[in-house]
Unconditional design. Structure first.
Length: 640
């Protein structure tokens, strides 16, 4: 591909990203203006009412305020480290959020510095605390439009397009062409604790000069292989950069590396807050440095001088400038020590734009969850590296793209997919899965992975009880019902978001689980901690299913073993038993975004030993994928 053609494609990326940016900004504006407070709270985009706690300066000199939420604390929320938020005050008579009035937004934004359960720490500009504390009505906060992530992505695309005669320009032209990637030649190393495809993948990574794709289908030990590849790379390089799309994925890989005794520096705060995770964060390392008390003292003196400001004139400014110089010298020294002591720097893709990394170059960049990351986000850390190892599975969840025009234009196509297409010889497929009963695995293997997957012997025939059928489809259209009852098994629109529910199917899902639990027996479920995931592609159905579980007394002893969520919420997880409620049931055969088959691949491959699918077969099987899935299940059950 010519240079001009590569640049034209990147310009198209920028155009599509601009469309997505505008769509998201507009959606945020509409949400702020028109969606009621009650809806924002139940969607997990707002906390209200809040109790505001102490204010303080954190170790990296940000002014912070603590906030604790009241209200329904079981509601899942979308707040995480680094996201921007805005505070508001509102009046809700007798606590009824639907009647909220006098909503006033404060004229500043904050950034989440830490969130755990119902407690949050927000970094805010100085001088707004009294404003928050002296307001007449209770205070809340909501997610704000995230300009920073887009700014980093636009900047990265600009750098890639303008790169000339350097490593970034070389990688750009390589990734967009069929030109072979460079490799080293050496004897394969043995890793007896890995299976053959994992061992081959680690060797492939070590031999790569430019790029490698580690393709890990569900349950194939992608993280184990990636950790081994990082460990081996560190035998040859001083330091590597490890990034992922989400904070959760960064936490997961960081924790596994720390367990191997590898010193990790985590830029950004972890989503699961415990001492082990916090101990390798940049903030904790900074605060624990022997020079930190001295720096803290200097910063406090600077703040007091500014606040009192009795003196003016040259002497005052000279003293202030000298103190600032001392603070900068100390910060530089502390940072040099922190970065010098670690072997892995870990952050989200956007977090790799952090100015702390300016001037740092890495031999190797590892990108986990690469199949869920927008191309522009991947370019943020790539400019700091000589070679890139992508790890993920492009047959599972794609990146989230909200603008339909941008999606149609190809914004959802990832850099990893581009390399898989252009350079199939750079792909290392992991082939042995350690999660699923063979019957559950086989359909996914045949449809998505060209039949190349096999099951490890220890899981291939594992069942919850003898004679159990590992995979079943309950066809709601085949249930013999009167016309009135039949309506319960049709999909319905509910609520402001036009969420879809299918109440009959939801009730059947819960009843099936109850019957299955009764068959296994209470003692066995509790002793063996048999865990269950209930999945629906539709958020409204998920909320309805959660309410049904909560209302049914039978499930009280088992609630800690049952989780209900969307497909996206179950990415990367597994359960002994999975029930999938497909929801769609209509005469037109419309299945909406269930046409995104990668979502279904994720859903069906969460199950270790038992998979129930509930859906209207007459609606679903008009689509060839669901027809094939339905027929496969009938065939393995001997019903054809």
């Amino acid at each position: 591909m010519s240079h001009a053609s590569v640049i034209a494609q990147l310009q198209q990326q920028r155009h599509l990203l601009q469309l997505e940016y505008q769509e998201e900004k507009e959606a945020y504006r509409q949400q702020t203006e028109s969606i009621g407070l009650a809806r924002k709270v139940t969607r997990g985009d707002a906390w209200y009412p809040l109790h505001l706690g102490r204010t303080y300066y954190n170790s990296i000199n940000q002014y912070c305020i603590e906030a604790t939420r009241h209200g329904d604390e079981e509601i899942d929320h979308n707040f995480e480290y680094g996201k921007p938020v805005v505070f508001f005050s509102a009046e809700a008579p007798a606590g009824d959020l639907k009647q909220a009035t006098n909503i006033h937004y404060f004229n500043f934004t904050g950034t989440i510095s830490y969130v755990d359960g119902n407690r949050m720490v927000v970094a805010i500009p100085e001088g707004h605390t009294l404003e928050l504390q002296n307001t007449q009505h209770p205070v809340g906060l909501q997610l704000f439009f995230d300009e920073t992530s887009y700014r980093f992505m636009f900047d990265a695309l600009e750098r890639v397009m303008n790169a000339k005669g350097n490593r970034l320009a070389y990688l750009r032209d390589l990734f967009y062409s069929h030109q072979p990637a460079g490799t080293f030649t050496f004897e394969a190393m043995r890793f007896p604790w890995l299976n053959k495809s994992q061992e081959r993948a680690v060797n492939d990574v070590l031999r790569s000069k430019d790029v490698r794709v580690l393709h890990g289908p569900p349950g194939t030990g992608k993280t184990t292989t990636l950790v081994e590849a990082i460990n081996e790379t560190l035998m040859r390089e001083t330091q590597v950069l490890v990034c992922a799309q989400s904070n959760t994925a960064v936490d997961w890989i960081s924790e596994k590396l720390v367990d191997c005794g590898i010193p990790v520096l985590r830029l950004g705060n972890p989503t699961r807050v415990n001492d082990k995770m916090l101990s390798f964060t940049y903030e904790r390392r900074f605060a624990d440095h022997p020079d930190y008390p001295k720096l803290w003292q200097v910063r406090r003196t600077i703040r007091e001088m500014r606040r009192k400001r009795r003196e003016t004139g040259e002497r005052f400014h000279q003293r202030l400038d000298r103190l600032k110089e001392v603070a900068v010298e100390l910060e530089v020294r502390i940072n040099a020590d922190i970065f010098g002591q670690v072997r892995v720097i870990a952050s989200t893709l956007v977090g790799a734009g952090n100015k702390l990394l300016d001037g740092h170059k890495f031999g190797t960049l590892f990108i986990d969850e690469a199949a869920q990351a927008l191309e522009a986000a991947c370019w943020i850390p790539i400019r700091r590296a000589s070679r890139v190892i992508f790890a993920g599975d492009h047959c599972q969840l794609p990146p989230t793209v909200k603008c339909l025009e941008a999606l149609k234009g190809g914004l959802g196509k990832t850099l990893m997919e581009r390399i898989v297409e252009n350079k199939p010889e750079c792909v290392s497929l992991l082939q042995v899965q350690y999660r699923m009963n063979d019957e559950i695995m086989q359909f996914s293997s045949d449809y998505f992975y060209h039949g190349q997957m096999t099951s490890a012997p220890e899981v291939a025939h594992r069942l919850i009880h003898e004679g159990d059928a590992p995979i079943l489809w309950f066809d709601t259209s085949a249930i013999n019902l009167g016309e009135d009852e039949r309506q319960d098994f049709r999909e319905q629109f509910i609520g402001e978001s036009f969420g879809r529910v299918n109440k009959g199917e939801a009730n059947l899902t819960i009843s099936l689980l109850q019957i299955y639990f009764q068959r296994i027996g209470k003692q066995r479920i509790l002793d063996d901690r048999i865990d269950v995931g209930i999945i629906s592609p539709y958020r409204a159905q998920v909320q309805y299913l959660k309410r049904l579980i909560k209302k049914r007394a039978f499930f009280k002893p088992y609630r800690h073993l049952i989780s209900v969520n969307t497909v996206d919420g179950f990415q990367g997880q597994e359960r002994d038993v999975i029930l999938i409620s497909l929801v769609r049931a209509n005469d037109a055969g419309q299945i909406g975004f269930l046409r995104d088959l990668r979502r279904m691949n994720v859903a069906i491959t969460r199950a270790r030993m038992k998979l129930f699918i509930l859906g209207d077969a007459t609606t679903m099987t008009r689509h060839p994928f669901y027809k094939r899935l339905f027929d496969y299940i009938q065939q393995v059950r001997g019903l054809n």
